[in-house]
Design a protein around this ligand. Structure first.
Ligand SMILES: [Zn+2]
Length: 248
């Protein structure tokens, strides 16, 4: 299995997941760059897997369905009504067949209520839930919900490759360094950063992503300095998410 990042729009990533002569595409925000990547790889599009309903993850679906009739178009159950051309909705723990592989669906409500991660062959397509060194904004769920969604992902094996929805890693790492000024792994990751920054590994995320580290004393101390009055991990998460929303 091969994963090909396809830069789209300003800072979005779609991904081709290639097995034999077949491909699925994750989060096609626009069709043209995806078509170009399919042609370059010489593979046929069989499926679209959307991580959530936002236009910058689904905007290319209509054109791709028109050009590749009969392909499967998948999205999480609670996001399905907001997107056209969906042929299949999925829920937590469900599996999709793709060639000889099984793709596991992890429901991650918070950014949207139907947000999902697709996990296949050690690759996690996390959309706008988990970013490299950061996480998405909590638009539809609650901070507690988003925290639980991130903790579910944090338990994936350390060598899991993280392919996220946007190239936000540089600004995320600057924020991580503000949260944990003494975290040497954050400093080293920032110093070594290249673009594209995908994939990261879950082991690196656990060591450097402040939103996966809300039980760490260093992160709790920084959240307290921002006004936190509780040590509950999801309260810590909510405080640093709020801080990041206003971080320049
Ligand atoms: Zn989004």
């Amino acid at each position: 299995m091969q994963v090909v990042p396809v830069p789209c729009l300003k800072d979005n990533y779609a991904y081709l997941v290639i097995e034999g002569g077949s491909a699925a595409v994750v989060d096609p925000s626009e069709a043209a760059p995806v078509e170009a990547a399919l042609a370059k790889a010489g593979v046929a599009l069989r499926a679209i897997w959307a991580t959530h309903h936002h236009w910058d993850h689904t905007g290319g679906i209509a054109d791709l369905v028109a050009a590749h009739p009969g392909i499967e178009v998948v999205i999480g159950e609670a996001d399905a009504e907001k997107v056209k051309h969906i042929t299949r909705t999925v829920s937590d723990g469900e599996e999709i067949e793709f060639g000889s592989h099984r793709v596991r669906v992890i429901h991650n409500p918070g950014h949207t209520l139907g947000a999902v991660t697709y996990l296949v062959d050690g690759n996690a397509f996390t959309g706008d839930t988990l970013f490299c060194a950061g996480c998405g904004r909590v638009f539809e769920g609650t901070p507690q919900m988003m925290h639980e969604s991130l903790m579910k992902l944090a338990h994936l094996p350390g060598d899991t490759k993280i392919w996220c929805g946007h190239e936000y890693t540089a600004s995320n790492l600057r924020f991580a360094a503000a949260v944990e000024p003494d975290n040497k792994d954050v400093a080293a990751r920032l110093a070594a950063l290249t673009t594209p920054s995908v994939p990261a590994t879950m082991a690196v995320e656990r060591a450097t992503n402040p939103f996966l580290r809300d039980a760490q004393p260093s992160v709790i101390a920084s959240a307290r300095a921002q006004g936190l009055t509780s040590d509950e991990p999801w309260n810590v998460f909510a405080q640093i998410r709020e801080w990041k929303n206003n971080f320049k």
